[in-house]
Design a protein around this ligand. Structure first.
Ligand code: FES
Length: 151
């Protein structure tokens, strides 16, 4: 873990517990996961028990203890998407990427996760790659992933 990068994150914040969540968000964004060492250091910096830091880190689905891909793929499993074939979409993505939910490709490029409603229900079923939204992508999945691989 890059300790200088962690130090740069921590020094932005006052040593107050109310900053725990934004610190964890910054660590997740910088390292694409929450390294164990960073959690210990955050607890020390804020003078809070490590158990408190771990409780927050495990509560939010946005946090991960293993590195996420550089391009996280989120598949919506919300009601509108579920009704319009989200399960099939997810199966196709798993097959195309040879990847299961919660995992990251061996080259570190993609990770796959499910979420509830991406706010684009009219395009259901929907998935995102980073912040790019793809809807009604039946038959275009391989093409989309190929473009994403190259960009
Ligand atoms: S339910 Fe999938 S985008 Fe809203």
């Amino acid at each position: 873990m890059d300790r200088d990068a962690l130090g740069a994150i921590l020094e932005v914040y006052d040593r107050e517990e109310r900053f725990l969540l934004p610190i964890l968000q910054d660590i997740q964004e910088r390292f694409r996961h929450l390294p164990r060492e960073a959690l210990t250091e955050t607890a020390r910096y804020l003078a809070v028990p490590e158990s408190r830091v771990f409780a927050v880190a495990t509560f939010y689905k946005a946090f991960s203890f293993t590195p996420k891909g550089r391009k996280p793929i989120k598949v919506c499993m919300g009601t509108a998407c579920h009704l319009r074939g989200a399960s099939t979409l997810l199966e196709e993505l798993e097959r195309e990427l040879d990847l299961s939910v919660g995992k990251t490709t061996s080259d570190g490029q993609f990770s796959l996760e499910t979420v509830n409603c991406l706010g684009a229900c009219a395009l259901a079923p929907v998935f995102t790659v980073e912040d790019r939204v793809y809807g009604k992508a039946e038959g275009r999945l391989a093409e989309i992933l190929e473009r994403e691989r190259k960009s």
